[in-house]
Design a protein around this ligand. Sequence first.
Ligand SMILES: *[C@@H]1O[C@H](CO)[C@@H](O)[C@H](O)[C@H]1NC(C)=O
Length: 340
Amino acid sequence: MFADYSPRIPLRLILVTIFGVFVSLASASNSDLGPRLEQQLPLVPDVQKEVGFDPHFLEERGLRESRETVHFISDCMHVASEPGHYVYKSPSNDQTACGVYFLTDPDRLVELHFTSFDVPCDRGGLVSFVDGWELNGEVFPSAADHPLSLDERLSEFCERRVRKVFLSSQNAALIQYKIPQKGRGFSVMVRFPKNPNPCNILVDSLSDLFTLRNYGRRVNCTLSAMYPAVVRVIALGVGIGSPRGANREMETGTVHQCDKRGLQDHVQIGGSDGLDSTNLLLLDSICGVNSKPEGIENVMGCGVTSVRLVSSGLFDNSVTVAVRPATENDIIDANLICGV
Ligand SMILES: *[C@@H]1O[C@H](CO)[C@@H](O)[C@H](O)[C@H]1NC(C)=O
């Protein structure tokens, strides 16, 4: 979708990569706290060493002083969730397009600032910033759920300098790059500032509770987990009754198939094979006020599991869900199977 150099990394690979990372995180002892996704990924030591401490490459903007927070990008598909400096130096003249996939906490954004940049345009070198993740031509958040157009979400550049500071609209962002000239590359400083009103969320952990909220706005917000998952609704306050929460203490219970009943404000629960949530295969569409839902487990056998809050702007909506990866046993009784 974003031009022809976009990495063709099979979704299955990224799912396995991310899932593997989550599994190793989950089994890690409590002493190494914190989601250190990036450390769990296999790094290639030789490449690290080679790009490592080349003084010319690291000399700008005090990189040398903060060496401990320098991360060397060595895998073509690199998932990163730590702040700091990221350095890439092309190991060959290879034309392959690659990506650094940044993922942080649901209530944070990704901020990027290139501190050095040496990507000659002439032999097809190109770097792009994507506001979201892109895989196999599909993007998260989907075009329908993002405040900016696809064009505005993509910035491409080559040559010597990139002055702009890039800020994502959600907890996921991507740098795609193709640098077919050995020794050339870039370094980028990454921070994760707080997001006061999170809307779209790419799940960054294995099992957790997540809340989607519209803050009274006319906006659609999607939560996606890149694995087959079991979703349980923990609390629901979406649509129905009098707008703006006048009577929000009144429990209506969970109403099902709300989209078919023509209720604009509702929560879609479903899945898809790729990152785009525009055409979710829907398991249910719920609305109502229920502070103690029955805890029904929705088992979705799809590569990507999504919960999408659709809001008209007339209500303050919120939904809290528990998401965990589906086990093989869960999948046998899946309520929804994609790709059949
Ligand atoms: C939200 O999604 C619904 C249905 O999927 C659509 O009709 C509506 O236009 C969307 N709203 C916004 C603000 O994009």
